[in-house]
Ligand binder design. Structure first.
Ligand code: FAD
Length: 337
């Protein structure tokens, strides 16, 4: 059996889990990171690696994939270890106060503290209720996320949705695809006002076709998707020939096994104390999209802040008698373990 011993076991290699390695490393705490996905980066790698992000301090614009690469570079001096492609399933607190975790593949992790950075947990895309949609999944024309925009170069696309994801991808793919039609059931968008304005401008410039107050109701094709039917709220229909249909209606958060560990939960998220992002179980912390507290914002930069305070809390939990003095990182780089 593969067994690993560490100070902090970080569950989730999303941006917040990765940055937690840095903050813990500054306090000379060793980290082992586990992720169910085969790659690091969480939602940024899995859902939107080529999407620009505009709200990371110091980066006017950064592609999600590049942010993940930068985070990996930033934490490299602390030599974190990783178990990827394995989900953490079971958890126990041992008599000596340490924790024991087991993954789906039987890897054992013994750690002094646990930092849950599991994001949305095991996430599933929300699928629209359209008959025969599943016939065109798996590379036959229906996609619930955009992994590589190059896949859509010079192709005819219909995107459906009214949130950030639908807006952001419409803006990005307008320059890549041959045709982009955005279908939205309402007349106003749920996503950022700035993005909605950009889509409106692309529409006025003839680069995006905008079909509001409508839904995609039928899919047609023989083996591969060839057309969709768009039905307006008033009942009129039109058929649109296309190569790909991309319904972007968000993700269904599924907490997965973490929800069974006896931690105090609220609305499928782990309740934390914002003093140090500790959970109801001493020694177990939760940061990033997976936690909840009054005023919670599911943003990367908020998760980074949480990681800094979590590291302080973990340090105090592991070293109750040591006094910690805040030191700044210097121009000479970061201290190593
Ligand atoms: P995640 O990125 O979700 O990573 C969590 C990881 O934990 C996953 O890889 C998952 O596999 C793993 N995991 C879960 N449970 C287990 C388990 N039991 N065992 C092992 N591994 C497990 N935020 C911004 O700040 N700016 C933006 O512009 C922005 N744009 C976005 C656009 C889209 C389309 C989406 C969907 C989100 C966007 N967000 C944005 C939100 C941002 O992506 C999240 O806030 C961020 O990813 C949260 O990071 P995290 O590390 O907490 O979780």
């Amino acid at each position: 059996m593969n067994s690993i011993s560490t100070d902090i076991c970080i569950i989730g290699a999303g941006p917040v889990g990765l940055f937690a390695v840095f903050e813990a490393g500054l306090l000379k705490l060793r980290c082992h990171v586990v992720d169910a996905l085969p790659q690091v980066g969480g939602q940024l790698s899995e859902i939107y690696p080529k999407k620009p992000i505009y709200d990371i301090p110091g980066f006017p614009e950064v592609l999600a994939g590049d942010l993940v690469r930068n985070l990996m570079q930033q934490i490299a001096p602390f030599h974190p270890t990783f178990t990827l492609g394995e989900r953490v399933e079971r958890y126990a607190k041992l008599d000596d106060g340490t924790f024991q975790l087991f993954t789906t593949d039987g890897t054992e992790i013994i750690c002094k503290t646990i930092c849950i950075a599991g994001g949305l947990g095991s996430f599933e895309p929300r699928k629209p209720a359209i008959e025969d949609l599943e016939k065109f999944e798996g590379g036959r024309g229906v996609h619930y996320m955009v992994r590589d925009p190059e896949h859509f170069r010079n192709q005819r696309l219909v995107i459906a949705g009214g949130g950030d994801s639908a807006l952001d991808w419409t803006i990005f793919l307008a320059d890549v695809a041959k045709e982009v039609t955005l279908v939205h059931r309402g007349t106003t968008f749920r996503g950022a006002a700035d993005s909605a304005e950009k889509v409106q401008k692309l529409h006025e410039a003839g680069k995006v076709r905008l079909v509001l107050s409508s839904n995609v109701t039928h899919v047609h094709g023989n083996g591969h998707l060839e057309a969709v039917t768009i039905t307006a709220n008033g009942g009129s229909t039109e058929s649109v020939a296309l190569d790909h249909f991309i319904p972007l209606f968000g993700l269904t958060p599924k907490l997965g096994p973490i929800g069974e560990w006896g931690l105090e939960l609220q609305d499928d998220a782990v309740k934390v104390n914002t003093l140090d992002y500790s959970t109801s179980e001493p020694g177990v912390f939760a940061i990033g999209d997976i936690n909840t507290y009054p005023g919670k914002l599911k943003l990367i930069l908020c998760g980074f802040h949480e990681a800094a305070l979590m590291a302080q809390g973990a340090f105090k939990y592991i070293n109750p008698d040591k006094k910690y003095v805040l030191k700044y990182t210097t121009v000479n780089g970061v201290p190593t373990l």
